[in-house]
Write a protein that binds this ligand. Structure first.
Ligand code: GAL
Length: 670
């Protein structure tokens, strides 16, 4: 079977998957037996096993011992728990570091990372590749027929810690990659603009990985990000090919880290290579809008998975341990966060990890079963959640269909933005995207966050927020959408460069200038505490521009700052009923909400439900039914308009669903 052909039986459990990373090697047997009892008690049906177990499987070079994994697979199977088995390749054994110190990744100064930790390998290293494929092969061959094996989990968070390697092997690999991409040195010099500062190459032999202390060449930096993503993908594909050979019917995935982006590797471009798109998501306690950030990530996951159910592979039952201050989840948040992932299309609720570790790096990271044991708020919530998931079984396989708004996102745009010097340095790619998503979240409008090349048919509104890099083809698709009757919102710093990270000249934003009927000649970035006023009462932050609107209506002008009197917000109407709006600054929330009301109104976009402020509403549907997820993220009583049966309580609701402070409901609609 070719490695990209998907096996038929794709999902690892019959209903929603519930469980987490499980590391029985850290515990004595009686604890493992207690784990199995408690897992059964709360309804765990899937665990991720063996993520860091290379040293257990191969304690010495070439000496394999699978007795431990055999016993664990048997025990889990006997307890009705399916296994998402990891290839252990994230945990390079110390003996391998001793034998081959050259496999360690190096930073831009040529310093190797220290052995230990995880992902301590150069993605391009042929030595690491050979050793890693040897253990994958031995493991896959050994467990191939075990009935507990439900899914493969390749490595762990590929690129976490080792994504940008500058060792000699990576340099050589990068040179070959660049040569393959550009063919001739002249083409390379042209693409990267090497005549600037007289940096032109005369041979591919002169190409190096970019160091942060040198040229800041935007084209080189962007290509290095692409190269690094592809080098890691090669490792994934090599492991996957071995797994497919031994277990053609077992789905293969790896855990992504999809957040706001840009991500460490290009997940949307990796997605076709995984059988189930899986994500690890961790909220940041001090972020007051962490539930909205979670929603953004879920909406992105849906875009990456092509709309179908995706898998929440890891999240936290309580606090993480890598932040400055690691805040526990607020009362009710454990359940709200789990259901929020389901609402946005996940068919699983998985955690890092089942039992909290006593020692090791993450000894204070929360878990489903905390240090305190079962007599704890977390475990009681986990028990309640397990019950909820059982009652939500019929939701399995349904999808969040029918979103009317598409918001375009591209990792390459984020990479391009941080590659090289900009009007404002250290820009955050998804700031504008998140602000717009957040405002739409408040209006209970469902948004598909889509890769920039996604088909736009069927949407009413397309938002292009700070999409710094865009291809001519993708820009054309947005323009066609507006000319065919759709509504488009383009914001500042979208469509500034092409795929080579080269500025599209003739007035910003070059890729969308014709569509918008407006263009800008100069950026006027704002300091963090600076605000510009608009003549209709709105105000802007972060950036302003000197805009001309020869073919567009001016909706609002700047009334303060250096560009006072010039257009700030414009709108071009098309004969077919479509329109293209340009936002040349980031509006403060009140103005943004008003702006969006107008845009939603003219495009005919409707919310998932009418709700009180702070209530999240998302609908999943299938042939079997329509399920409205309602999550009250506020500390006061709320409501939503809906009729049906709350699957969590069995209560009927006619027209209006009351939602206690922090409460949740999943309504099977009439
Ligand atoms: C993830 C990782 C897990 C665990 C978790 C909590 O990034 O995959 O192994 O470390 O974070 O910190």
């Amino acid at each position: 079977m070719p490695t990209d052909a998907r096996p038929a039986a794709a999902w690892p459990t019959d209903a929603l998957s519930f469980g987490g990373d499980y590391s029985p090697e850290q515990w004595p047997r009686e604890t493992v037996l207690e784990d199995l009892r408690l897992m059964r008690e709360v309804g765990v049906n899937l665990v991720t096993l063996g993520v860091f177990s290379w040293i257990k499987h191969e304690p010495l070079d070439g000496r394999f011992d699978f007795g431990w994994i055999d016993e664990m697979l048997d025990l889990l199977h006997a307890n009705g728990i399916r296994v998402d088995l990891a290839t252990p390749t994230a945990a390079v054994p110390m003996w391998l570091h001793r034998l081959h110190p050259e496999i360690l990744p190096q930073d831009e100064f040529g310093h190797p990372l220290a052995p230990g930790g995880r992902n301590g390998f150069c993605p391009s290293s042929p030595v690491y590749r050979a050793f890693s494929l040897r253990i994958v092969e031995a493991l896959a061959e050994h467990v191939a027929d075990h009935p507990a094996l439900a899914m493969w989990h390749v490595g762990n968070e590929l690129g976490g810690g080792n994504a940008r390697c500058h060792c000699p092997v990576s340099n050589e690999h990068f040179r070959r990659w660049v040569q393959h991409r550009y063919g001739t040195v002249d083409a390379l010099n042209e693409a990267w603009g090497m005549s600037f500062w007289g940096n032109s190459y005369s041979s591919f032999e002169e190409v190096t990985t970019p160091s942060s202390k040198t040229a800041h060449n935007p084209g080189q930096l962007l290509d290095y990000e692409r190269f690094s993503s592809e080098a890691l993908l090669d490792q994934y594909l090599a492991e996957k090919a071995v797994l497919r050979r031994h277990t053609p019917a077992v789905p293969v995935t790896t855990n992504f880290m999809v957040g706001l982006g840009p991500d460490v590797v290009d997940y949307a471009r990796w997605a076709p290579h995984v059988d189930i798109v899986a994500n690890d998501h961790y909220t940041y306690g001090p972020d007051p809008l962490r539930h909205q950030e979670l929603a953004f990530s879920g909406d992105r996951m849906r875009g990456i998975s092509g709309g179908g159910p995706w898998m929440l592979m890891e999240h936290a039952a309580g606090a993480a341990s890598w932040h400055a201050i690691n805040q526990a989840k607020k009362p009710g948040e454990l359940i709200r966060h789990a259901l929020a992932h389901l609402a946005r299309g996940s068919d699983s609720v998985m955690y890092f990890q089942w039992r909290a570790s006593k020692s090791g790096t993450e000894q204070f990271h929360s878990a489903m079963l905390p240090h305190a044991g079962r007599d704890s708020r977390i475990f009681r919530d986990i028990t309640t959640l397990g019950g909820h998931l059982g009652r939500l079984a019929e939701v399995t396989g349904s999808t969040v269909a029918g979103a009317q708004v598409a918001l375009l996102h591209d990792n390459e745009a984020g990479w391009a933005l941080k590659s090289g010097l900009k009007p404002t340095n250290n820009p955050v790619y998804a700031d504008t995207a998140r602000a717009i998503h957040s405002a739409l979240f408040e209006k209970a409008v469902t948004v598909d966050v889509l890769p920039a090349w996604h088909d736009l048919a069927g949407y009413k509104l397309v938002v292009v927020p700070g999409l710094f890099l865009v291809s001519a083809e993708n820009a054309q698709a947005v323009a066609d959408f507006a000319r065919a009757g759709g509504t488009v919102v383009v914001t500042w710093f979208s469509g500034i460069v092409d795929e080579r990270n080269t500025v599209i000249t003739g007035g910003y934003p070059g890729a969308f200038r014709d569509l918008l009927g407006a263009w800008s000649e100069e950026f006027y970035p704002l300091t963090p505490d600076e605000t510009v006023e608009l003549d209709n009462g709105w105000s802007g932050m972060r950036s302003s521009e000197l805009v001309h609107a020869p073919d567009a209506e001016v909706i609002a002008r700047y009334s303060s700052g250096d560009v006072a009197g010039y257009p700030a917000v414009t709108r071009r109407a098309f004969d077919g009923g479509g329109s293209a709006w340009y936002l040349s600054t980031d509006l403060h929330p009140a103005g943004l909400a008003e702006f969006l009301d107008r845009v939603l109104d003219e495009s005919g976009v409707t919310p998932a439900a009418r709700v009180s402020p702070g209530v999240e509403a998302v609908r999943r549907t299938s042939a079997a039914g329509s399920y409205l997820f309602l999550l009250n993220h506020t500390a006061t009583e709320g409501w939503a308009e809906a009729s049906g049966t709350d699957l969590l309580t069995g209560h009927r609701c006619e027209a209006r669903v009351p939602l206690p402070a922090g409460g949740v409901a999943v309504i099977r609609e009439d």
